[in-house]
Design a protein around this ligand. Structure first.
Ligand SMILES: Nc1ncnc2c1ncn2[C@@H]1O[C@H](COP(=O)(O)OP(=O)(O)OP(=O)(O)O)[C@@H](O)[C@H]1O
Ligand SMILES: [Mg+2]
Length: 184
């Protein structure tokens, strides 16, 4: 069994193409309020997880909630594809701002599995081409991950995804922190 120790608080950034299993992974190991899902925030503002026009509002809310949670030293698990460095740089900056670690978890069950699972889904219609593009973009950006500021990097292939356990390492209780400009 492979164990991932996640410090609390921290910002856990899940990465993976559509169908890689990010939301399933998140649900297996984290509580519903710990998971900040871009799809969920799209649904909250537009009643539709797949409404791409709601993306900007969804991420605005995601960051707002993450800030409110980090201020209370709560864990934040970011469930979005986070394919490109520019998609995820904000989370590392956020963790740094609140003085906590950022943890990267890359889910890579393989392109064929991602495509198969996406095809089988009734809740989402994502083309094989888009999944391929997401997959290869993430592969191309893997080399930069070492330099993006994560305190832990986990690259999980299909077998390790199935064998993983996650343990939360709670820090000592402290008063909520308030970075400059944060007024609640
Ligand atoms: N480890 C797994 N074994 C078998 N099936 C899985 C596994 N993980 C996820 N699935 C299935 O694959 C499909 C896609 O999983 P999931 O929704 O977690 O992917 P995702 O990475 O969140 O995709 P998206 O980026 O589109 O939100 C779901 O139907 C889910 O039940
Ligand atoms: Mg998902």
């Amino acid at each position: 069994m492979l164990r991932i120790d996640i410090p609390v608080p921290s910002v856990v950034v899940l990465m993976g193409a559509s169908g890689a299993g990010k939301s399933s992974f998140a649900r297996s190991f984290f509580g519903p309020t710990e998971i900040l899902s871009s799809d969920r925030f799209r649904a909250l503002v537009a009643d539709d997880e797949n409404n791409q026009a709601a993306t900007s509002d969804a991420f605005e809310l995601l960051y707002l909630v993450a800030r409110k949670r980090l201020r209370r030293k709560r864990l934040c698990v970011i469930d979005a594809t986070n394919i490109r460095e520019r998609d995820r740089a904000g989370y590392v900056a956020l963790a740094r701002e609140f003085g906590c670690p950022a943890v990267a978890i890359i889910l890579d069950p393989g392109i064929d599995v991602c495509i198969e699972r996406t095809k089988a889904r009734s809740d989402r219609d994502i083309s094989r081409e888009i999944v391929r593009q997401q997959y290869s973009e993430l592969q191309e950006s893997l080399h930069s991950l070492n330099h993006e500021g994560y305190s832990q990097l986990w690259y999980l292939r299909e077998a390790s995804i199935a064998a993983i356990t996650v343990a939360l390492q709670a820090g000592s209780p402290q008063r909520p922190i308030s970075p400059a400009g944060e007024t609640d």
